[in-house]
Design a protein around this ligand. Structure first.
Ligand SMILES: Nc1ncnc2c1ncn2[C@@H]1O[C@H](COP(=O)(O)OP(=O)(O)OP(=O)(O)O)[C@@H](O)[C@H]1O
Ligand SMILES: [Mg+2]
Length: 236
């Protein structure tokens, strides 16, 4: 079943035309990696899907619902969560309070998550549950941001460069968690700069160039497509 379907999505910042017609579709439980050079529009695509940037044209359908142009809070309630690159935690609340504040009622048809499950994914957060979030390391704040998004019980979760700046061991833990989330039926759109990680965990890869999807295929197909990598990924 197609969970998320995006057709001819456009977005502008003022006069700057950043998304120039994005098409993609994905199923629940799929991991789709979005690759591309800096400035190719990957973050804008995620923000436009969740309503943080208003689309100038196009369609974002989740199941039977058309969500393009809907306010961000409504899109979250329909089951699309966003984990931004910048950490979104309340500095003056504890880890536990951040999770409690973030927890939403279950969404029909989507896997439900608990605070205990978050602590079993990230034992470090459990150890620090009474610490104010402002005193956590950057990596811990990143984990907490992901947990807060999961506690909205998404069908689809959009994650923007989660491994950026994290130690290799923490990256491995995060990869395990993302794979488990997908196994439980949540679709993941993962913007990931580290090609090796993207190719390892994604079932399908998209490459963005100039605000559109310029390649779609399996990790193996992208590995074998030197021209796409040269034209759209490698820095000259
Ligand atoms: N709030 C904004 N206002 C104006 N222009 C923006 C804004 N955000 C992004 N842009 C521009 O839109 C283009 C796409 O940016 P976007 O952040 O989507 O790219 P990206 O692929 O996520 O790259 P990266 O994360 O490496 O910056 C870039 O040219 C960027 O400078
Ligand atoms: Mg970005």
């Amino acid at each position: 079943m197609t969970a998320l379907s995006i057709r001819n999505l456009h977005a502008h910042y003022g006069k700057s035309h950043v998304l120039t017609g994005v098409d993609m579709a994905m199923d629940q439980g799929e991991i789709v990696a979005v690759l591309g050079r800096n400035g190719s529009g990957r973050s804008t695509m995620l923000k436009t899907i969740v309503g943080l940037v208003t689309p100038s044209a196009g369609s974002v359908r989740l199941g039977d619902h058309e969500l393009a142009g809907a306010p961000a809070h409504r899109i979250v309630r329909h089951g699309i969560s966003f984990v931004p690159e910048e950490r979104l935690v309340f500095d003056f609340l504890t880890v536990e309070e951040n999770l409690q504040v973030g927890q939403q009622p279950p969404v029909a048809g989507a896997p439900a998550w608990t605070i205990e499950q978050m602590y079993s994914y990230f034992p470090r957060l459990k150890e620090r549950r009474w610490t104010k979030a402002g005193n956590l390391s950057g990596g811990e704040q990143q984990m907490l941001t992901l947990c807060r998004s999961l506690l909205c019980h998404p069908r689809i979760i959009l994650i923007d460069e989660p491994t950026e700046g994290l130690a290799p061991k923490i990256v491995e833990g995060l990869v395990d968690v993302m794979q488990d989330i997908a196994r439980r039926g949540v679709g993941i759109v993962l913007v990931e700069q580290k090609m090796t990680i993207a190719l390892r965990i994604a079932g399908r890869c998209l490459v963005m160039g100039r605000g559109q999807i310029v390649f779609e295929g399996t990790p193996e197909a992208l590995r074998g497509d030197a021209q796409t990598r040269r034209n759209w990924l490698e820095v000259a």
